[in-house]
Design a protein around this ligand. Structure first.
Ligand code: KG4
Ligand code: ZN
Length: 342
């Protein structure tokens, strides 16, 4: 049995978890900063670092206590070292290094995006199989990857501009919905007509796996303007009162989902994947999962919504397979804010 303590502080969640054998969650504690950033309508990097500093030790204590774990029963310390906000990552990496040194435990630096893929191993009825195509859709990233074994990835495509989650957050603001936008758009879209507005899908060149959401975002902006909103000055209340928010949200969501589903399903087919796995905050979107599941010829796996968004259990899960393969980081581990998945 291998028990790994995972730490995640790459963006706006301070998270610590303990996971057994890469799949059994013994504790999974998340201190969210959503209330802090909601006031500004987005993540404020400086505020995020300070909030991580305040939250990290209580979060660690709670994760140890709720797993009834003491240090002698832990095999390694894993931490997200990129990609993410530099100052935020530093908090987790420094705490992890201090703990590994003081407790004489192996240290593993983990890629946050790899963590999102490994959320699919947590509490899984059926563990994913290789080769797999992974669609990682978060607030900062939109990557399509092919993995033929643990730790062996090839990035097939990515967004050329906005990440999928970023597009949800920006459009939510245009509609007066608040932050974070993804869940609010999904909820508003439930009562909306996805066919009312014909928003564009950017298919780019035929031979690319890349996606783009900036044209869609601009189309929504123009649509909102055409409906009589002064997009520079209108308050959220004015937007909500004047706009057909449900139909706009549903039509926007349909466009994002159509593009992501088309790319992911085709990649799984072309590369002969045995599984299509989703991860990242946007994978919490049930319309995305439903659409991909309906269109795919292979089994589609997606973590429960709470494990799609940022957490530390996924970091401990990813670390387990690297630990088992003999990988270790040194105490020279540094943050890598722009670390790619592959
Ligand atoms: O993975 P994540 O928690 O943090 C990053 O690594 O970025 O993803 C956060 C993003 C936000 O942009 C948020 O609006 C989006 O995921 N998101 C959603 C949903 N829940 C969260 N987007 C669409 N539908 C959702 N239900
Ligand atoms: Zn994330």
């Amino acid at each position: 049995m291998t028990r790994i303590l995972g730490i995640e502080t790459s963006c706006d969640e301070t998270a610590v978890a303990i996971v057994r054998d890469g799949c059994d969650i013994e504790s999974n504690v998340i201190a969210s900063q959503i209330d802090l950033h909601a006031r500004y309508g987005g993540v404020m990097p400086e505020q995020a670092s300070r909030a991580h500093l305040r939250a990290i030790l209580p979060t660690l204590e709670e994760a140890l206590a709720s797993a009834h774990a003491d240090w002698s029963s832990l095999d390694a310390v894993a931490v997200t070292h990129g990609p993410g906000l530099a100052g935020a990552l530093l908090v987790g990496v420094n705490v992890a290094k201090g703990l590994a040194f003081a407790q004489k435990k192996p240290l593993l630096g983990i890629n946050h995006l790899e963590g999102h893929v490994y959320a699919n191993w947590l509490d899984a009825v059926e563990a994913p199989d290789f080769p797999l195509v992974g669609l990682i859709v978060s607030g900062g990233h939109t990557d399509l990857v092919l993995a033929d074994a643990h730790g062996r990835y090839r990035r097939l495509g990515r967004t050329r501009d906005d990440a999928a989650g970023e597009a949800f957050d920006k459009v939510a603001r245009m509609l007066g919905l608040g932050f974070p936008g993804g869940p609010l758009i999904e909820r508003a879209a439930q009562d909306g007509d996805p066919l009312r507005f014909r928003f564009p899908r950017a298919w780019l060149e035929p031979d690319t796996w890349d996606v783009s959401f900036s044209g869609l975002k601009t189309a929504v902006l123009h649509g909102v303007r055409d409906l009589g909103i002064d997009t520079d000055h209108a308050t959220p209340q004015e937007r909500l009162a004047k706009l057909p928010v449900a139909d706009l949200a549903a039509s926007f969501q349909a466009a994002v989902v159509d593009v992501l589903a088309t790319r992911a399903v085709r990649a799984a087919r072309v590369f002969g994947a045995s599984r299509l796995v989703l991860g990242g905050g946007v994978a919490a979107n049930r319309t995305l999962l439903k659409t991909i599941s309906e269109r795919a010829d292979v089994q589609v796996l997606c973590p429960p919504p709470a494990l799609c968004t940022d957490n530390a259990a996924m970091i401990a899960a990813a670390a387990y397979f690297r630990f088992r393969a003999g990988e270790r980081s040194t105490l020279a581990l540094d943050v890598e804010p722009n670390l790619p998945i592959a």
